[in-house]
Structures are given as C-alpha cells and as structure tokens.
Design a protein around this ligand. Structure first.
Ligand code: ZN
Length: 46
C-alpha cells in the first residue's frame, strides 16, 4: 500500500487505486483546495 500526502493538510493518504490516485484525505479538503484555487484565479484576473 502506498501513501501520498494530502495536498491540503499533508496527511498521508492511502492509495488503493493506482490508476486514480487520491490527492486529498477527504472530500472537504478537495473542495477547499478547488475553492482556494478558484479564488486565486479570480484575484489574479483583477
Ligand atoms: Zn487533508
């Protein structure tokens, strides 16, 4: 079993499917990450 750190909090995440790696420990960290990158894009465009 491989472990990869969550992109948001750095917690190791179990990789059960090698063809579709999980980069976040939970759905909310995925949502937060996407939301933050969206906000950054909007701020950049000003
Ligand atoms: Zn996380």
């Amino acid at each position: 079993m491989r472990l990869k750190p969550c992109k948001w909090c750095g917690r190791p995440v179990e990789q059960r499917r090698w063809w579709r790696p999980k980069r976040f420990c939970g759905r909310w960290h995925h949502v937060k990450y996407r939301f933050t990158s969206l906000v950054m894009n909007v701020v950049d465009s000003f």
